[in-house]
Design a protein around this ligand. Structure first.
Ligand code: UDP
Length: 238
């Protein structure tokens, strides 16, 4: 296999990560900062796949609670991830980072269809690939999409960007006794009910032995350290 097949990551950004201090939508300064950190990885020959959520715009579950049909709501949620992905593509391309958006549902003229082989080729060429529209199915989440694509492209690690420094024994914002775990096994995380991802996503990663690192995307440089040094946050593996 080509030497570059090492150092391939799948970065999962929640929609909320793009919101910054805004109550809704996308904060352009946050978008640009994350894009600059992704560029640093590409400059270090790391192959980068990205999955972006849509929770800053729409969530099917929330729309269903307000009376909408759940499947229609999930379709809106998936399209929200496409908007976020196009914004990230634009931010990366303004930094001269070649970026492809590959969608789980066809959106001719807007982005490409997902194709694993093309995705791998683009990443080997140094382009960022943003996997969008989740899994393409209602009732799933973009965490599941991140685990699925991470397994498909054989990423070394799935990096889950959050607002806290990793996985804690309790909510660090509420409980001063909360301790951060450096490492956890899947079974420990399940036993302790730490709620790192939804169970569909989590069990998929576990069953395919894909490790997940939870880290703080708001901390400048944490993404680079997580990838290059394998430090930062909490590593969950078998
Ligand atoms: N969604 C979906 N199928 C998928 C991924 C996402 O139907 O495979 C919909 C779902 O309604 C979800 C929304 O898209 O609420 C946004 O995704 P998610 O909630 O995972 O975004 P995040 O919390 O990461 O911002």
């Amino acid at each position: 296999a080509p030497a570059k097949d090492r150092n391939r990551i799948l970065l999962k950004l929640s929609g909320e990560a793009l919101m910054g201090a805004e109550p809704f939508g996308i904060d352009p300064s946050i978008l640009d900062r994350i894009a600059a950190e992704i560029k640093e990885l590409v400059d270090k020959d790391v192959q980068v796949g990205v999955v972006i959520g849509g929770g800053n715009l729409f969530r099917g579950e929330k729309l269903a609670k307000a009376g909408m049909n759940r499947v229609a709501g999930d379709h809106m949620g998936m399209l929200a991830t496409v908007m976020n992905s196009l914004a990230m593509q634009d931010a990366l391309e303004r930094l001269r980072v070649g970026t492809r958006v590959m969608s789980a549902v066809s959106l001719t003229g807007v982005c490409e269809d997902y194709d694993r082989r093309y995705a791998l080729r683009f990443m080997r060429e140094g382009q960022v690939v943003i996997f969008t529209a989740g899994t393409g199915n209602p009732f799933f989440t973009t965490d599941t999409a991140a685990c699925l694509r991470g397994i498909e492209i054989d990423a070394d690690v799935i990096l889950k960007a959050t607002k806290v420094d990793g996985v804690y024994s309790a909510d660090p914002n509420k409980d001063p006794e909360a301790v951060r775990y450096d490492k956890l096994t899947y079974n420990e995380a399940l036993e302790k009910q730490l709620g790192i991802m939804d169970l569909t996503a989590f069990c998929l990663a576990r069953d395919h032995n894909k490790s997940i690192r939870v880290f703080n995307m708001n901390k400048p440089g944490a993404l680079i350290k997580a990838v290059i040094e394998g430090s930062e946050g909490t590593l969950i593996s078998c």
